[in-house]
Design a protein around this ligand. Structure first.
Ligand code: BG6
Length: 791
């Protein structure tokens, strides 16, 4: 009777598409494993080790294997390479050295390299499999193709497999695919449709290695085992927020060609973090091992997400990324990439149970530490009056700790103020002896800690799930498309947004911190935030200037010419307002090359400016005779003053040359200038001060190291510059910060690094003197051209 049922099922499965159900009745037989891309990076690092583990696990199970390493190279050259890789596989700690040597020897004996390039190569492979089965009298169970090749090659290989290597009825075919599965909804759909013409859904195993991580695959069993404790609290009334975080310290060097096309959202959030999110929030299936139900419930989460738009994300890019792109993609120095290497996204599930619960998905390269976790933080409204160390006052949380970080290993942590979790899985143990570490704000001893008894590599786990046909550890086409359906609108919304540049590592400080405002997420601190839609639109529609914030002050940004125009117009308006108010406009101008373009613009349109009522003062001067081209006054005269109708007595050069000598303190030049401006300017308050900023952060002639913050109440001072000419005369912060309006003009790509740095440093006028510019009652506006802003 049993035999009859078995034969019947085999006959039914003669058609493609019975793979999943057939395992229930299939007896272990011979499995041919074909790794296409056998000597590539992934295969070298993880796959062969995973297949070796599989081989070892299955010894004595009735399964037999042949492993084929396939690739485009001819066998003569690739065989030795493959065998070097195979020889490097290792046994787990519980296997003795002798036993390990025997197992490796056997593994090598059942492995071989085959060139897999043409249809004929695949035909030969199929013939070889069949001959071997016949020769050795083995029953075939299945063929497992692992495509460890770039996604563009999938369809072609799938077609060859379908045309030549499809096994006879009842024998399974499984084809494993690695991400990326498309780069948006449309491309994923195209790829899925192409693959579907050669493979059935149940034959495709799309890998997301996060689903093979022990802690990730523990999420559902944990939720099920602790259902009684969790059911009442796993909802919006109790959950404060959910965080799914993967922080990395590595950069993208060596894989920019891939990464620059994808970025962190496609590389990590759309897949790894999304999968974790679905496991945490899906409806618990009646049976955790029911693949179909698990996949359906995961899909339901994806389908009930609120849409993600650009207000639900902030992005960043580590500073050195730009140079890595220029080097690896052979781009010129002015090439700008807007690919994010950091993203924080705020998601919500549109279901009564999770209504309003913020779900944060965060990942980035070049962050301060390598750590991955999912945390469910519960509301805690206990307020401890005296004993703040009491466990009741501490965060209530469950942490699925993927690894690395302070703990260094995978674990499930439940804060002791929640409940003691059940431990039903014999592959896990409770840990009570701890080293002195804290995890997410709680000392380890404040948690119940469970860890796997034996740490297992994600790929090894997933490879054994492929053999078991455990489809819920993989991504179905429906789930894949639903995930892209969620992420694609966000990716489109972010097109052209400029990521915030961050220095990398510990230096990031708090600049990537975010705060949630309703359903929106924002960076917590202000820095350069600019959208290319604004710039792109600029040239196209004549909208040329954008306004924003920089270091908490107003910022105007545009391409150089428009920026200068905007500054000139603003200055003119300030001049007119001052003249209307008191018949005089006191203007202090800086030297250097940056303001020259502004001087030219002012000179050209001199007729519209109230020069006759304007007093021109100097922000600083070099201690050289005014006839020298190095003199600021010389340049001011050359480029502006001689072209405008300004009375002589309204021009106030700094007296750097007195008694036929330059800047000697006893000659009192600084005091003289100070006296003059105190006498002529009401409250010594300039109407308008134009400043620049040097590469070292100096402004006026106030240099780092010169302790400009310690100049007290004096308005003018002699200073020392690190570059020639060393001696300078300068307005002090005291003079500058009395001004009604200060404009800080920054232009050119060369200033980009500085702008990036300034966007994150705290006020420190001795280190970055420009940060000491803080008008007491006036306003400060940064005028930064796009070159300086965007590099
Ligand atoms: C990969 C991404 O899928 O996952 C990498 O392409 C990322 O950019 C990696 O570093 C993270 O995986 P893990 O296992 O190191 O956390």
């Amino acid at each position: 009777m049993l035999v009859t049922i078995f034969l019947l099922l085999v006959a039914l499965c003669a058609n493609r598409g019975c793979g999943e159900d057939s395992e229930a009745v299939q007896r272990p037989g011979h499995v041919s494993v074909i790794v296409v891309g056998a000597t590539g990076d992934l295969a070298r690092k993880y796959l062969w080790q995973g297949f070796f583990q599989l081989y070892v696990q299955q010894v004595g199970s009735g399964h037999t294997f042949t492993f084929y390493g396939g690739g485009l190279s001819p066998a003569e050259t690739a065989t030795p390479v493959l065998f070097e890789i195979l020889k490097a596989v290792s046994c787990s700690k519980d296997v003795s050295q002798e036993r390990c040597a025997v197992l490796k020897e056997q593994f090598l004996r059942v492995s071989q390299y085959r060139q897999l390039k043409t249809v004929e190569d695949y035909q030969d492979l199929a013939k070889h499999i069949e001959q071997q089965l016949r020769k050795e009298g083995m029953t075939e169970e299945g063929r497992l193709f692992y495509l460890s090749v770039p996604a563009f090659a999938y369809t072609d290989i799938a077609e060859k497999i379908n045309g030549t290597c499809r096994p006879a009825g009842g024998i399974w075919l499984r084809v494993v695919l690695e991400k990326p599965f498309g780069h948006n909804y449309r491309s994923a759909q195209v790829l899925a449709t192409e693959l579907r013409s050669f493979l059935n859904e149940d034959e495709m195993y799309r890998i997301d290695h996060y689903l093979g991580k022990q802690v990730v695959s523990k999420i559902l069993p944990f939720r099920t085992e602790n259902r009684k404790a969790l059911d009442p609290i796993w909802n919006r009334h109790h959950i404060e927020r959910i965080e799914i975080v993967l922080k990395e310290t590595l950069d993208c060097k060596g894989r920019i060609a891939f990464y620059d096309e994808y970025g962190v959202i496609r590389d990590v959030l759309q897949n790894h973090l999304t999968e974790v999110m679905t496991l945490l929030t899906m409806k618990l299936p009646a049976n955790v091992s029911d693949s179909g139900e698990v996949l359906r419930n995961r899909l339901q989460v994806l389908n009930s997400m609120l849409p993600l738009g650009k207000n639900q994300a902030v992005t960043g890019q580590y500073q050195a990324y730009k140079t890595e792109v220029q080097q690896e993609l052979n781009k010129t120095k002015d090439h700008v990439s807007v690919t994010p290497t950091f993203a924080a996204v705020l998601a919500h599930i549109d279901e009564a149970r999770y209504e309003g619960v913020p779900i944060l998905l965060i990942s980035g390269k070049m962050l301060d530490e390598r750590v991955g976790y999912a945390r469910i933080l519960f509301k805690n409204n206990v307020f401890c009056i005296q004993n703040h160390h009491s466990v009741h006052c501490k965060p209530k949380q469950i942490v699925f700790y993927f690894g690395h970080g302070s703990l260094q290993h995978a674990a499930v942590l439940v804060s002791k103020n929640l409940f003691k979790p059940a431990l039903k899985d014999h592959r896990w143990k409770e840990v009570t002896e701890h080293t002195d570490v804290s995890v997410l704000g709680l000392h380890i001893s404040d948690y119940y800690v469970q860890t796997p008894i034996k740490e297992k590599e994600a790929y090894s786990e997933l490879i054994s799930h492929i053999l078991a046909g455990q489809k819920n550890s993989f991504i179905s086409t429906e789930n894949l498309l639903a995930s892209w359906g969620l992420w694609t609108p966000l990716l489109m919304g972010l097109t052209g947004s400029f990521p915030r540049i961050y220095p990398g590592g510990a230096d990031n400080g708090d600049m990537l911190d975010v705060h949630l405002r309703g359903k929106e997420i924002h960076y917590n601190s202000e820095a350069v935030i600019i959208g290319v839609d604004q710039i792109g639109g600029a040239s196209a529609n004549g909208f040329q200037v954008m306004r924003g914030k920089f270091r908490s002050a107003d910022m105007v940004s545009a391409w150089t010419e428009e920026l200068v125009e905007r500054l000139a117009v603003d200055m003119e308006e300030a001049a007119e307002a001052a003249v209307n108010e008191g018949s005089v406009f006191h203007l202090a101008l800086s030297g250097g090359s940056t303001p020259l373009a502004l001087f030219h613009r002012l000179a050209l349109h001199h007729f519209s400016f109230p020069w006759w009522n304007t007093h021109v003062w100097m922000v600083d001067e070099r201690c050289v005779p005014p006839t020298e081209p190095e003199s600021n006054f010389y340049n001011l005269h050359e480029h502006l003053l001689q072209h405008v109708r300004i009375p002589y007595y309204n021009v106030h050069p700094m007296p750097v040359q007195l008694n036929q000598r330059l800047c000697v303190e006893e000659d009192g030049g600084a005091l003289l200038y100070e006296g003059e401006l105190r006498k002529l300017i009401n409250g010594s308050s300039f109407h308008f001060v134009l400043l620049g900023v040097g590469y070292d952060g100096h402004t006026a002639s106030l240099f780092p190291g010169g302790k400009p913050s310690e100049l007290g109440e004096s308005l003018v001072t002699l200073t020392e510059s690190p570059v020639k000419p060393h001696q300078r005369m300068s307005l002090t912060f005291s003079a500058i910060n009395r001004a009604r309006r200060v404009a800080l003009l920054v232009m050119g790509k060369g200033k980009h690094e500085l702008i990036t740095q300034l966007s994150r440093v705290k006020d420190d006028s001795n280190k970055y003197p420009v940060t000491g510019v803080k008008p007491a009652s006036g306003s400060l506006v940064w005028y930064i051209d796009y070159d300086a802003l965007l590099g």
